[in-house]
Design a protein around this ligand. Structure first.
Ligand code: XMP
Length: 510
């Protein structure tokens, strides 16, 4: 494995993504991971990430000297490079010349780091406050840029390298190759980490952990992560896994039936359905504030799940579809993330019920989870699903959530689902859905005046949901949506299209 020590850069996850793309397993740990723990991981190479700190601050994050001398190659990126330079004796040899944006890297030495790069000059992305001005004798420059005589350096023993630029971002087109060279050529990783291999390892791990007699319970949301985790656990221990699907009454049309058909019928995974619609709607009555809706739904979910778990009885483990980005958020030295989405997390349940967690996907990124799903034979319908918020349609009904308003939204929304599928837009769109607005407007239908609800359509393109742009959909397609929704949904006489990107808006309306 490759160990990435995190100094708090906003790009640390991207470094891990690039290493994984080279089919090399890597893990991110905080920069101050104890040296004996580092040795126990047996890393073939260590990457020191960038970070927001300045070396000139007192108490700037640092590593123990021995981390640089495990015998494995080390690559320092940006701040990580200063750390190396500092340890090799570049005391106070720096300036605070800031540099953000594109720069031209000029390669001066055909180091293994640059194998496969044509020509000497390459576009790279710089983002740093400090810069190394003088390097210690143990380092030599292997590349420079206009702004920096030491854009890349290598130690005399060939085990340490530092680069000032960020190879992990898309603005450094040669960056993927540079990272590949480090892990494959310099560290000697074979690059054979595959999802098929991952599945085999995990099956054994789950069997060893759960043993021959114990049981696992798990809440399914219908989303990709919990579905794939359940399929994996089921393959490991069979019917000693019980899955619970809480129907909160806030699902899109046909969702519960789809879950039943997929899990129970197609995959042969027993599914317990807890119909808690009445309870959820009762507790949501009169609630308007979006955050309050989320809290009510989160707590109610835990109550219902706990009741089911008690009724099933005898389970020692709780399965969860936790992914690596959630894990990194909580272990990285930046500290635990502020908000954990309530639906993915059953709160204090594990402690309260004394359940141990089984989280077979906690080393994986989303696209790797999809690959595992395909490996396990899950259909595209499950693996390529569009994301759906835990609080469901409640955050797509602006204002109070009632049974009638849910029915109305569900009818309009199923037109969107249907038309998106027919037009084959599923791959292009991150999400497409209907939102019910808390207002009535005037219309004319037949010979009469109407005064009815308005529906907004939200359709966005996005890589990861963090930012998004509204989809420039064909006007003929939008016309079809509008006409079908007003014709097929009694109580709706107006349809509008949301043309806001994220930021400033979010994808969901609440
Ligand atoms: P926003 O609305 O914040 O959404 O732009 C970004 C992505 O996250 C989904 N989302 C949620 N998922 N629980 C979830 O599991 C939630 O409370 C939640 N809120 C938003 C949203 O659908 C989008 O894909």
């Amino acid at each position: 494995m490759i160990l990435i020590l995190d100094f708090g850069s906003q790009y640390t996850q991207l470094i891990a993504r690039r290493v994984r793309e080279a089919r090399v397993y890597c893990e991110i740990h905080p920069y101050n991971l104890a040296p004996e723990k580092i040795r126990n991981l047996h890393p073939r190479g260590i990457i020191l990430s960038g970070g927001p700190a300045s070396l000139y601050e007192s108490g700037a994050p640092d590593i123990a000297d021995e981390v640089l001398h495990t015998g494995s190659p080390v690559l320092g990126i940006c701040y990580g490079m200063y750390v190396i330079a500092q340890h090799l004796g570049a005391h106070s040899a720096g300036s605070q010349a800031r540099e953000y944006g594109p720069a031209t890297l000029v390669i001066d030495d055909r180091d293994a780091l640059f194998e496969g790069l044509d020509g000497r000059e390459h576009q790279v992305w710089m983002s740093h406050g400090d810069r190394v001005e003088r390097i210690p004798d143990d380092l030599t420059a292997i590349a420079h840029s206009d702004n920096s005589p030491y854009a890349a350096v290598r130690s005399r023993d060939g085990l340490m390298r530092g680069i000032q630029f960020h190879p992990e971002v898309v603005h450094t087109p040669c960056g993927t190759q540079v990272l590949r060279n480090f892990v494959l050529k310099i560290c000697g990783e074979p690059g054979d980490w595959t999802m098929a291999g991952f599945v085999e390892t995990k099956l054994k791990e789950i069997r060893d952990r759960v043993g021959p007699d114990d049981r696992v319970i798990m809440g399914l949301s219908g989303g990709v992560d919990s579905s794939v985790a359940a399929a994996l656990i089921h393959r490991a221990i069979g019917d000693r896994l019980t899955c619970v699907f809480v129907d909160n009454g806030l699902l899109r049309a046909g969702e519960r039936e789809r879950m039943e058909a997929t899990f129970a019928a197609r995959l042969g995974i027993p599914l317990r359905i807890a119909d808690a619609t009445d309870l959820f709607l009762e507790r949501l009555a009169g609630v308007i504030d979006p955050e309050q809706k989320r809290r009510v739904i989160g707590h109610t979910f835990i109550d219902v799940f706990e009741q089911e778990a008690t009724a099933i009885g005898g389970a020692r483990f709780l399965g969860q579809g936790t992914l690596y980005p959630d894990v990194i958020e909580s272990v990285s030295f930046k500290g635990p993330s502020a908000v954990i989405k309530s639906h993915h997390n059953v709160g204090g349940l594990p402690e309260r019920m004394r359940l141990e967690l089984v989280e077979p996907l906690r080393e994986l990124f989303k696209d790797e989870v999809r690959e595992v799903g395909r490996e396990l034979g899950l259909t595209a319908e499950i693996v390529d699903r569009e994301p759906f918020p835990g609080p469901g349609l409640a955050v797509r009904i602006v204002g109070e959530v009632t049974r009638d308003r849910l029915d109305l939204l569900r009818r309009a929304d199923s037109v969107v689902i249907d038309e998106v599928a027919r037009a084959g837009l599923g791959k292009r769109l991150w999400q497409a859905f209907a939102v019910l607005l808390p207002l009535k407007t005037v219309g004319v239908m037949g010979d009469g005046r109407s005064y009815e609800s308005a529906i907004a359509i939200r359709a966005v393109e996005s890589q990861d949901g963090m930012t998004a742009d509204w989809a420039r959909l064909d006007p003929a397609f939008l016309a079809r949506l509008s006409s079908r929704i007003t014709n097929e949904t009694r109580g709706v006489n107006r349809v509008v299209y949301d043309i806001t990107s994220k930021p400033p808006a979010t994808i969901e309306w609440e």
